[in-house]
Design a binder for this molecule. Structure first.
Ligand SMILES: NC(=O)c1ccc[n+]([C@@H]2O[C@H](COP(=O)([O-])OP(=O)(O)OC[C@H]3O[C@@H](n4cnc5c(N)ncnc54)[C@H](OP(=O)(O)O)[C@@H]3O)[C@@H](O)[C@H]2O)c1
Length: 347
């Protein structure tokens, strides 16, 4: 038996478009392996929203978007300049996928879209970190109250299942320390600078891959890494931490000379996120660190991201991913949709 899941998508940028592609290329797998059929019932971008009676042909919307037109101009179903949140108020959907840009000041449009969807009992899958960073407790409580799912495995390192490991697999562990390279844009820039390229050239390459944040200062000044650390703190470590609890220093002042000097000392400079428990309390920091070359994170180069978990009863575990472009993040959103649906089946 195939179950139809109605999907509404906010954000049709690199990640949103990759998700539309997945709806086509994984259609058979979803049906045969999971008994799922995803149908798109709404979509929104900065030009407005598209929704109405029935479904949207997702492949057609992708062609429309690639031709440089927006959701607001979509034939018959387009609502020019309609804010995404109005679409979320009205659309017939089981799941909202939120992939609009991070806005750390207001959280919008992602925060209100998430609130409205959960309030209507619509489950939410986030790629956008801002709603969680600004309102983790509120949103998890809202989801609980309205018996809606809230999944966000894509928000921390895309397809690397950092949150799934942390929440599900370190059973009964005390986590003493986490060290992570959680941002591939800065890791790529540092690796490229080690190989002699200049900062601006390396940043342009990261932007061309569709991985850098819309506002790249979020990456470079360490805030994207700090966002991920805050989500890990809340979702895995059980701390209601906010960005105010994280000491943040980015890579903006690192020079090729610093990198060469570190190499000469047998070290490599990485932007590292650390959660460290001392006297029963976690301290959180993001900063460039000179790591010895035998440190596991020293092997995390270029587009890779990685994390080291120091646990009391499951040893020290290290995982890393080499992922390029937005597809792995869209795939993590698909992972969450499948996970969500499996939970719904079990209830
Ligand atoms: N790229 C990655 O690899 C990656 C990895 C992990 C997490 N993420 C997160 O995923 C989210 C999307 O990333 P992305 O790379 O796809 O970003 P992007 O390429 O900049 O796309 C952003 C999309 O959001 C739309 N948008 C902007 N303002 C909006 C508004 N007010 N209302 C509705 N839609 C609006 C844009 O509309 P237009 O198309 O009309 O401009 C665009 O479609 C971000 O939160 C990012 O942090 C991305």
């Amino acid at each position: 038996m195939t179950r139809t899941v109605r999907v509404a998508l906010v954000g049709l940028g690199h990640v949103g478009r990759a998700f539309l592609e997945l709806m086509t290329i994984k259609r058979k797998t979803l049906r045969e392996r999971y008994g799922l059929e995803l149908v798109l019932t709404g979509a929104a971008d900065s030009t407005g929203a598209a929704f109405g009676a029935g479904r949207i042909d997702h492949a057609n919307l992708l062609r429309h978007k690639r031709a440089g037109r927006g959701a607001g101009q979509y034939p018959r179903l387009g609502h020019r300049n309609m804010p995404a949140v109005e679409m979320v108020q009205q659309v017939d959907a089981d799941v909202l996928l939120e992939a609009s840009p991070v806005n750390l000041r207001t959280g919008q449009p992602g925060l209100d879209c998430t609130r409205v969807a959960l309030g209507r009992g619509i489950s939410v899958v986030l790629a956008n970190k801002a709603p969680l960073v600004l309102a983790y407790q509120e949103l998890t409580e809202l989801a609980r109250r309205h018996r809606a799912g809230l999944r966000f495995s894509a928000t921390v390192c895309g397809s690397l299942p950092v949150l799934n490991m942390g929440r599900r697999d370190w059973v009964a562990c005390d986590i003493q320390k986490i060290e992570g390279i959680l941002n591939s844009t800065t890791n790529y820039i540092l690796s490229a600078m080690e190989m002699g390229r200049d900062f601006d050239e390396a940043l342009r390459e990261a932007q061309a891959e569709g991985v850098a944040e819309a506002d790249p200062s979020l990456d470079i000044r360490g805030w994207d890494t700090a966002n991920k650390l805050v989500i890990i703190a809340n979702a895995v470590l059980g701390c209601s931490a906010t960005l105010d609890d994280v000491d943040v220093l980015g890579i903006q002042n690192i020079t090729p000379d610093d990198l060469a000097a570190a190499r000469a000392r047998g070290q490599t400079i990485k932007l590292v996120a650390v959660a460290h428990r001392r006297d029963g309390e976690y301290r959180f920091a993001v900063h460039p660190a000179a790591l010895p070359l035998d440190h596991p994170l020293a092997s995390v180069t270029g587009w890779e991201m990685g994390i080291v978990w120091h646990t009391d009863i499951m040893g020290v575990q290290f995982a890393k991913v080499d992922e390029r472009g937005p597809m792995p993040t869209a795939a993590a959103m698909l992972r969450d949709v499948i996970d969500l649906y499996a939970d719904v089946m079990e209830r």
